[in-house]
Design a protein around this ligand. Structure first.
Ligand code: 5GP
Length: 177
């Protein structure tokens, strides 16, 4: 077990690099089976999902495409709260089999608010692959087709996830102490 410090917080190793790779491979194998004969479009959400998406994509052995997006939140005209839209989505999703690739689902708010804008484009299917899920924190309904690790409601960093900009380069996932 190793302990690291990022800014003002201490973190301890939580999921090893080997465990992550094994899990990512399992998710890819499930996707290879489920999408056999299709050509899924992977849409990873930047910045957090870049490492998960890169490793996942290496294990995909069926024809597939990838298009990274960033999400932007703006206040809608109505009182329905923030609307979340994609920046950089340069694919037409009509009739496509779409897999959203996320680092972590926490409250579920981001994807819950964002998915309707994708559904609007009438994809043939729309599924979520999330490396991490904190069910105790999830308050917005969301169906996650591929989940890597179910984790408790504690802040984590590493493998793409940051704490105030740092920690994304770590091969392991660390949990705050
Ligand atoms: P949600 O909308 O599900 O509440 O939050 C999703 C986003 O919050 C994630 O994509 C991630 O950027 C951030 N997030 C939530 N929990 C954590 C965490 O434990 N660690 C880090 N680094 N980011 C988190």
């Amino acid at each position: 077990m190793s302990i690291i410090t990022i800014h003002d917080k201490q973190f301890e190793t939580y999921i090893s690099a080997e465990e992550i790779q094994q899990k990512v491979k399992q998710i890819a194998e499930a996707i290879n089976t489920d999408y056999a004969g299709k050509m899924p479009l992977f849409i990873p959400v930047l910045n957090g999902a870049f490492m998960f998406a890169a490793d996942l994509f290496k294990y995909i052995n069926i024809p597939a495409e990838v298009s990274f997006i960033k999400l932007a939140s703006y206040k809608g005209m109505k009182s329905s709260g923030n609307v979340i839209t994609a920046i950089g989505l340069d694919y037409d999703l009509y009739n496509r089999d779409v897999v959203i690739v996320e680092d972590i689902v926490d409250t579920g708010k981001t994807l819950n608010k964002f998915l309707p804008s994708l559904e609007h484009q009438q994809p043939a299917s729309l599924k979520i692959a999330a490396l991490l899920h904190k069910p105790e924190a999830t308050i917005y309904p969301l169906s996650i087709a591929y989940t890597g690790f179910i984790i408790p409601n504690k802040f984590v960093v590493g493998y793409g996830l940051d704490y105030d900009g740092q920690g994304r380069n770590l091969k392991e996932i660390y949990q705050v102490i």
